[in-house]
Write a protein that binds this ligand. Structure first.
Ligand SMILES: *[C@@H]1O[C@H](CO)[C@@H](O)[C@H](O)[C@H]1NC(C)=O
Ligand SMILES: *[C@@H]1O[C@H](CO)[C@@H](O)[C@H](O)[C@H]1NC(C)=O
Length: 467
């Protein structure tokens, strides 16, 4: 068990009440807010963060994140502008001459209307499938209403009316959706449904992974991540790390990484819920690399800006776990991410000290917490001075840049170790030559403060410090 006195002060606040208030105010806000986007349908359009993570996770998911405008296909081909949503059933082609995507109606107008009439008679649109996006539904709704007026009014007028309709108060919009028997769920309802799906023993592995994948989209929002706490959903995901299925571990970590990110309340609950141990166990045992990647990501977002978690991490032997990852052949590709994490933790603590200095605050609570994180001595004892130095052998410039930064941040702690390391001196010497040449080229091309020149400068200053 964790020592409760180590918890940050905000943990002491009556959390439940706060969450309740938060939720209530969010609810009221949602109801009074005019933006229909506040009410999400079940198909997540996309998250704004971690583009590469999501691509990695599901390459086929290539929906546009900024879908705001509904496109109105006609019988003619029309060019599609960026950001426009296309109603289901439209015909899309790529115009090879212009490079533009073009769209036209695939169904005749009444066929389209009949489809919707069918749903009006009580057949539910199955919003649990990926067939409909919220935009599809809004567009379908607009079309449906428009169809009744279309006969005698000009198309332009109908469009204007339709645009107005799209910006109607959410109450009205909800009523209209009710008429169509389309169910709109709040984010909270969606999360509860996804958690139930994931937690149910009758769900298949695919269903569980899909539920986690969808959930990840919602918990990027701080409020949503905190709501996930309120009904025990976070713990269900944390327990997912114990699954015997590597895919479940992987996607549970994917959700957690997003939920922890800059969200202190969630980070605190996660530590109490045993997330840190579970993440470290996965990193320390035989697991697929893809799972370890996402688990490392979750670990990073749990530790950042949370000194109490950093203390626990050191106590649980986290540095040894990371060292094995860097040193083992199969996982050494994670080295740069690990070095980045360590660099961030070292500088975070430094900034906390500097900030306290500047504000003349004699004992800020946060600084007290950071002072108990004995990171630098741990790094030195466990050979991170040498490990970091040898990572300079990595071939990519960006990786070397990170390593150089970290060497700089560890300089005060590692100076004597660096000096005794002949390999480091040789490596710095040869990198100096390499970047000298590249910086010269850069200068010839007219770049006064180029990238290579900066790298060269940090190599030079390291060499000077080690003389
Ligand atoms: C998850 O399932 C377990 C066992 O089936 C149940 O006890 C628990 O309440 C469920 N948790 C949630 C949040 O639904
Ligand atoms: C999850 O796994 C950890 C270690 O692998 C173990 O200590 C813990 O008891 C497990 N928890 C559950 C709920 O199975």
């Amino acid at each position: 068990m964790m020592a409760p006195q180590g918890l940050p002060p905000y943990r002491m606040a009556p959390l439940g009440m706060l969450c309740g208030l938060l939720f209530a105010s969010c609810f009221i806000f949602c109801l009074s807010h005019q933006n229909p986007n506040k009410f999400a349908l079940t198909n997540p359009e996309k998250s704004s963060m971690k583009e590469s993570e999501r691509k990695e996770a599901k390459a086929e998911e290539d929906l546009d994140p900024e879908i705001l405008e509904v496109f109105h296909p006609t019988e003619e081909w029309q060019a599609l502008r960026p950001g426009q949503a296309v109603p289901a059933g439209s015909h899309v082609r790529l115009n090879l001459q212009t490079g533009a995507r073009e769209v036209k109606l695939q169904y005749e107008e009444d066929k389209f209307r009949n489809n919707l009439k069918g749903s009006k008679k009580g057949k539910r649109l199955d919003i649990n499938t990926n067939t409909y996006t919220s935009q599809d539904l809004k567009s379908a709704l607009a079309k449906f209403k428009e169809g009744e007026e279309m006969k005698n009014s000009k198309e332009d007028e109908a469009r204007q009316a339709e645009v107005k309709r799209l910006f109607r108060p959410i109450e009205e919009l909800k009523k209209a959706f009710d008429e169509l028997n389309v169910v709109i769920e709040t984010d909270m309802q969606i999360m509860v449904r996804l958690i139930n799906k994931f937690n149910s023993s009758s769900s298949s592995l695919e269903e569980k992974i899909a539920a986690l994948f969808d959930l990840e989209y919602y918990v990027h929002q701080m409020d949503n991540a905190q709501d996930l706490l309120s009904f025990g959903g976070l713990q269900v995901v944390i327990n997912g790390l114990n699954s015997t299925e590597p895919m479940v571990k992987e996607y549970a970590a994917f959700v957690l990484g997003a939920a922890f990110s800059s969200n202190p309340k969630v980070q605190v609950e996660a530590i109490e819920g045993g997330a840190l141990q579970k993440l470290l166990v996965i990193l320390a045992t035989e697991q697929p690399l893809t799972a370890k990647k996402k688990v490392l990501f979750a670990l990073c977002s749990l530790l950042r800006h949370f000194p109490y978690a950093q203390q626990q991490f050191l106590k649980l032997g986290g540095l040894q776990v990371l060292r094995s990852l860097v040193q083992e052949k199969s996982t050494e590709v994670l080295a740069v991410r690990i070095i980045t994490l360590l660099y961030d933790l070292v500088t975070e603590k430094m900034f906390a000290e500097e900030e306290a200095d500047l504000t003349q605050d004699s004992s800020p609570a946060k600084l007290q917490q950071y002072r108990q994180v004995h990171l630098l001595p741990g790094l030195r004892e466990q050979g991170w001075c040498e490990i970091t130095a040898h990572l300079l052998a990595l071939p990519e410039h960006a990786a070397r840049e990170k390593v150089l930064q970290t060497l700089g941040a560890l300089l005060a702690t590692c100076r004597d170790r660096y000096r005794q390391d002949p390999q480091l001196n040789r490596m710095l010497g040869s990198l100096q030559d390499e970047y000298q040449a590249l910086a010269t080229l850069e200068l010839q091309e007219g770049e006064d403060d180029g990238y290579f020149r900066e790298l060269l400068a940090s190599i030079n200053s390291l060499l000077k410090e080690l003389r």
